[in-house]
Design a protein around this ligand. Structure first.
Ligand SMILES: [Fe+2]
Length: 272
């Protein structure tokens, strides 16, 4: 079954802690996210495949794979008490049988992906779940790309991984909702950049997606992504590879939330 739904969403956690001063944009953001949430429900997915990045929940500087997939059978828990919101913690089943199939097929195709048999989930899943599937009633399949620690994979490589994933998923029976997480521009803890959002770069990225030219995101170099605070775009680029890189946007909203020092975006893609 081809992918039945695909979207990408920022995951900076401040947005679930406090409302920003720009309430008008916040309300628009929430409204678009609710529409995308409804769209996802309407296509009745069997599971959610997250393309995301670890934030030292599972890996650290001494050992971080370029790409990893969660294959364990135990449920995935997201403990939101770390962010002072225990009431929005989630526990979801694992889509382990499809994960093991993807692992096998990717290895057969020469993608040396790491198998994660237990996973600690972080805000990179919590925030998208909060906006897009708060019911937490679907199994989860997480794929982690190393956006965080040098040396990072090249954007073209993330796109190719996505292409393999899209091709493999077409032959599987499951109805898969894909959620890419992260972005847009931000510099966590970087001196001199802590309060900066690169709106020009963010709008260039949204513009490419608006034009149905998501494949062009893979033409950035990794140095260009890092220069513009777009390290987490690797997850979005992988999603573009899954979709073939030419999908039209179905819904989207972008705004630079300066209270959160992150360019926030939520986009969904027309499927089929
Ligand atoms: Fe992040």
């Amino acid at each position: 079954m081809p992918i039945v739904s695909a979207c990408c969403i920022s995951h900076a956690p401040q947005i679930i802690l406090d409302k920003p001063s720009n309430l008008e944009d916040f309300n628009k953001y929430v409204s678009v996210s609710r529409s995308i949430r409804d769209d996802i429900s309407k296509v009745r997915p069997d599971l959610i495949l997250f393309v995301t990045n670890d934030h030292f929940d599972n890996f650290f500087l001494n050992n971080i794979p370029s790409i990893a997939i969660g294959v364990g059978e135990q449920p995935y828990s997201v403990d939101a008490s770390r962010w002072g919101r225990p009431e929005i913690s989630y526990k979801c089943e694992s889509a382990s049988s499809l994960a093991l199939k993807l692992l096998e097929e990717l290895l057969n195709r020469g993608v040396d992906i790491t198998a994660l048999h237990s996973v600690t989930m972080g805000m990179d899943v919590l925030v998208p779940m909060y906006f897009l599937r708060p019911e937490a009633d679907l199994p989860i399949l997480p794929i982690y790309i190393n956006d965080y620690v040098n040396p990072r994979p090249r954007p073209q490589r993330a796109y190719e991984w996505g292409k393999h994933l899209g091709e493999i998923l077409k032959d599987q029976p499951e109805r898969v909702a894909v959620i890419g997480t992260g972005g847009l521009s931000h510099w966590t803890g970087v001196p001199g950049k802590a309060n900066y959002i690169d709106e020009k770069s963010d709008r260039e990225i949204i513009g490419m997606l608006e034009s149905g030219e998501g494949f062009r995101l893979a033409e950035y170099t990794i140095d260009e992504l890092l220069e513009h605070g777009q390290h987490e775009l690797l997850n979005w680029i992988c999603v573009q590879g899954m979709l073939g890189g030419k999908s039209e946007l179905a819904r989207y909203f972008y705004t630079p939330f300066y209270d959160y020092v992150t360019g926030h975006a939520i986009v969904s893609f027309a499927i089929g």
